[in-house]
Design a protein around this ligand. Structure first.
Ligand code: GDP
Ligand code: CA
Length: 313
């Protein structure tokens, strides 16, 4: 039996988890998910990364985008546009039900982790999916054009601004959600998913105590590179690495994780970086294909990552 805790953002993490639950029993998997991207929009509490993970694992995700629901329509949003908005955040008609459900039960005084557990159960999933914290935590992006909330920067302004720094509003007083600390301590392996290091993993680790907890478990931690051949598979990870002055490569990512993970899973495309990563960071590099193009590729990546972390690969 291998119990696995995964530090997760959205799309990259969801794909990884989709493979993982096919190589270990789903009940042995805990996904600890970023909430820095959460937004209150039109009175609704939206948790994009939690929903991406849930929709992907429930096989309900839109395969073209990697987020949102398959077969989605946008009648509500179109009508909202006719009314003059707000219509800048893409909410499909079916997706809206998730946000109404979440907002309703939060409004009744339930913590986000409890509401998430209900949603996950209704989706028929057996893995444990939890927000990293039930407290308010919001990624704020400082750019050339001023400071914005993450969704303002990313969706409303279409990520055009040059990023100087990020901060995580609420982090100082946020507490880990129930079972997060236990999951990290009691798992056999902790995986840092191939997620955006700055926008998905950093906010998670900004919850007091969690960075130290992961670092103190370093010998069982494996990080999977979200950067392949100097590029993000999707999203702004490469741009942000660059604008924040880091090497835009798997080496740049490895440097960010050197105190946290003993194993670094590197794409075969980047094999030439392996010896530099090992000598510079002291991580053990495991080289394999990391592009999760189909279910087989996802399963192979999950299995290879576990093997490397368990010292038998
Ligand atoms: P977001 O919140 O939806 O942006 O999700 P994440 O932070 O979890 O994922 C974004 C990251 O996933 C990007 O940096 C991508 O490069 C990475 N990613 C997406 N698909 C893959 C893949 O198939 N393989 C690898 N190695 N990384 C991926
Ligand atoms: Ca996200």
């Amino acid at each position: 039996m291998t119990r696995v805790a995964v530090l997760a953002g959205g799309v990259g993490a969801a794909r990884f988890l989709d493979g993982l639950v096919r190589v270990v029993p789903p009940a042995d998997v805990t996904a600890i998910v970023n909430v820095g991207d959460d937004i209150e929009w039109a009175g609704l509490h939206i948790s994009p990364d939690l929903d991406t993970v849930m929709y992907t694992l429930a096989d309900m995700v839109n395969p073209e985008t990697g987020w949102g629901l398959r077969g989605e329509s946008r009648r509500t949003l179109d009508r909202l546009s006719e009314l003059g908005g707000p219509d800048w955040f893409m909410i499909g008609d079916l997706d809206l039900a998730t946000h109404l459900f979440r907002t309703h039960w939060l409004g009744q005084g339930n913590p986000l982790s409890t509401v998430t557990r209900d949603l996950v159960k209704r989706a028929g999933l057996e893995l444990f999916i939890t927000p990293v914290t039930d407290d308010r935590l919001r990624t704020m992006v400082d750019t050339d054009a001023g400071e914005f909330s993450f969704q303002d920067y990313f969706v409303r302004r279409r990520a055009v601004d040059r990023v100087h720094s990020l901060r995580f509003d609420g982090a100082e007083t946020a507490r880990p959600a129930p079972y997060v600390v236990e999951a990290l301590n009691e798992s056999d392996v902790i995986v840092i998913a191939p997620s955006n290091p700055f926008l998905s993993i950093d906010p998670l680790l900004s919850v007091p105590g969690l960075r130290e907890l992961v670092a103190s478990n370093r010998s069982k931690v494996a990080a999977v590179s979200p950067i392949i051949g100097g590029e993000a598979v999707k999203g702004p990870a490469a741009d942000i690495l660059q604008s924040m002055g880091h090497d835009v490569s798997a080496l740049g990512v490895a440097r960010l994780y050197e105190d946290l993970a003993e194993v670094f899973v590197l794409d075969e495309t980047d094999a030439a970086l392996a010896s530099t990563i090992e000598s510079e960071t002291g991580m053990r590099v495991h080289i394999m294909p990391t592009l999760m193009t189909d279910v087989e590729a996802k399963m192979a990546l999950a299995a290879g990552t576990l093997k490397a972390a368990l010292h038998d690969g």
